[in-house]
Write a protein that binds this ligand. Structure first.
Ligand SMILES: [Zn+2]
Length: 571
């Protein structure tokens, strides 16, 4: 595979995302994208804000803005904070942009032509005072089973029973509190998923071998439960209009496509946005008849809650169209990163959100912790103590200490010049072999998207440097054998520069500082020639300097302060 298309789950528009969103899709996708670029693959990493639906409308109303202005602002905020975290999107689009409108309308028309869409009449709750239909979870009332007074129209949070809004006793609008509501007929488009179920299962059977267990089990769970026909339109103003033959579809003038129908299509839509902005060709990434067939791998990253949509629902759209669209090859799913065993919550001020995280510490510290502790095998809980330990022990004590120690030594004893003379001896030979094995391990885990194992392998490589320096002891050698000291210093400086290249996918900002201080010109080049060659990259005679402090240790007092501010701590 020479080209890699990467997408990470679209963050919803209503506010800056928390660290769990980062850890469970955007960050691992970014690490993977950076690794693939460094390997010389042609990479396109696409993400976008998911902007339609009732929550966006309500959030805008709460902010006192019209929904378009609200989305404009929130999109810019998310884009900026993503960039500050070093997320290397090739394009960060918007599901409300014209390409997604065109594509969504196109898919609906094609699916209808294939007999996979039909109009059906639903009964829905209408709020006369709000002048709108209410989605099930925006109708509240008393639970008929347990008398809980704030049961939602889809489910009672108290007893867990699934509900229909018409089951509720004394129902009211969650939006306004009005009890002036009634059930009305409303016509919607239904996607007949039951008619493509066999095709989806065949497709999943063909893909599943290359999917991780979590992805596979979710896909089959949904297939085994059986698909149902699904309404793909809603009674809303904000969204993609429903058209027929280029004009508003009769009876659908006040309806739009359901956000879950249009959001996955935005992966394609955002690629079109990118192509229109850069003059590139989007079809070679998405149309198998126009270059997206052989030689292109499509890898998706997402939290487990999105897997069903991308293994079953969206494939119903794609496969149902019978058009030659590229489908996902590998789908990497993540469990939850929790905040001390509970959920992150804006309203309850629980947990760190992406903007606040950058207020208190540089992005690399978060990036390292969140990859080393990626919620891969199971849900994972963030704790300040683990975070402090990852930063202090891995970054400061191991990587930071090594780079600083050797660069300072070279500055003080060799005038900041990479020394010449001497030949590598048995210690170096052993180091080369250990590095080769470690780099192979790191590369294999990155390629397999085993995020935790990859971080572990990288840490193991950093440890090798400290062990080498300890054993080789250039501070002793320099007193008796100048050539030997030169070999050690030259090797260790080259090793520090090699660390910059190996660490760049995880901690790009620190990697850049190291590379710059040591004169490593091309960070974006994954080592492929074996350590003996890679550690001769920086030429003798070149000048270096010690980088500024790479990682400041986190003090106990800071932990106490942040615990106060963001929550956390036992109990
Ligand atoms: Zn109940």
């Amino acid at each position: 595979m020479t080209r890699v298309l990467i997408t990470s789950a679209l963050p919803y528009i209503n506010g800056i995302k928390h660290l769990g969103n980062l850890a469970g899709s955007m960050l691992p996708a970014d690490v993977f994208a950076r690794f693939q670029r460094a390997r010389g693959r042609e990479v396109l990493y696409i993400c976008a804000t998911d902007e339609h639906g009732t929550p966006a409308e309500l959030a805008a109303a709460e902010a006192g803005q019209d929904v378009r202005t609200y989305c404009d602002e929130q999109h810019e905020l998310q884009k900026r904070v993503g960039a500050s975290f070093g997320l290397s999107f090739d394009w960060f689009g918007r599901s409300s942009n014209p390409p997604n409108h065109r594509l969504t309308q196109h898919f609906a028309e094609v699916l209808e032509a294939k007999g996979l869409i039909e109009e059906r009449t639903d009964k829905m709750v209408y709020s006369i005072d709000d002048r709108r239909f209410l989605p099930d979870r925006y109708v509240e009332g008393t639970c008929p089973h347990c008398a809980f007074p704030k049961a939602r129209g889809d489910q009672c949070d108290n007893c867990g029973n699934l509900l229909d809004p018409t089951d509720l006793i004394e129902p009211y609008s969650k939006i306004s509190g009005s009890r002036n509501i009634e059930v009305r007929d409303t016509v919607h488009l239904y996607l007949l998923q039951t008619r493509v179920e066999d095709r989806i299962r065949q497709w999943v059977d063909a893909q599943a071998d290359s999917w991780p267990t979590l992805t596979r089990s979710i896909a089959y769970k949904h297939l085994d439960e059986g698909l149902i026909d699904r309404g793909i339109t809603r009674d809303l103003d904000w969204g993609i209009p429903v058209v027929k033959d280029g004009a508003p579809r009769p009876g659908f003038e006040n309806k739009v496509f359901y956000v879950w129908f249009d959001a996955p299509i935005e992966y394609i839509g955002a690629t079109v946005e990118w192509a229109e902005a850069t003059g590139a060709d989007w079809e070679r990434w998405w149309r198998t008849d126009k270059g997206a067939g052989e030689g292109l791998e499509y890898v998706q990253f997402m939290g487990k809650d999105n897997v069903a949509f991308h293994t079953v629902s969206f494939p119903a759209t794609i496969l149902g169209s019978e058009e030659p669209w590229k489908t996902v090859d590998r789908l990497k799913a993540f469990n939850w990163l929790n905040w001390y065993g509970g959920k992150f919550s804006t309203s309850e001020k629980r947990g760190v959100f992406m903007d606040a995280a950058l207020d208190i510490l540089p992005p690399d510290l978060w990036r390292w912790y969140l990859t080393a502790n990626a919620p891969e095998g199971s849900d994972t809980a963030f704790t300040w103590e683990q975070f402090q330990s990852a930063v202090n022990k891995d970054l400061a004590d191991v990587l930071g200490n090594f780079v600083n120690r050797i660069a300072k030594f070279a500055e003080s004893k060799f005038g900041g010049v990479i020394p010449e003379g001497g030949e590598p001896g048995p210690l170096e030979t052993r180091l080369f072999a250990d590095l080769d094995a470690g780099i192979a391990d790191l590369s294999a885990n990155l390629e397999a998207i085993e995020v935790r194992k990859a971080a572990q392998a990288l840490r193991g490589l950093w440890v090798l440097g400290n062990e080498y320096l300890q054993e080789a002891a250039p501070w002793t050698a320099i007193k008796t054998d100048a050539d030997r000291a030169a070999v050690i210093v030259r090797t260790a400086l080259n090793l520090a520069a090699l660390y910059a290249r190996l660490s760049a996918p995880f901690i790009p900002f620190a990697a850049e500082k190291i590379a710059e201080a040591l004169g490593e010109a091309d960070l974006d080049q994954w080592p492929q020639q074996g350590a003996a060659v890679e550690l001769a990259r920086l030429p003798a005679g070149a000048t270096i300097r010690a980088p500024e402090v790479l990682f400041k240790k986190i003090e106990d007092e800071q932990i106490a302060e942040w615990t106060e501010r963001f929550g956390g701590a036992a109990g």
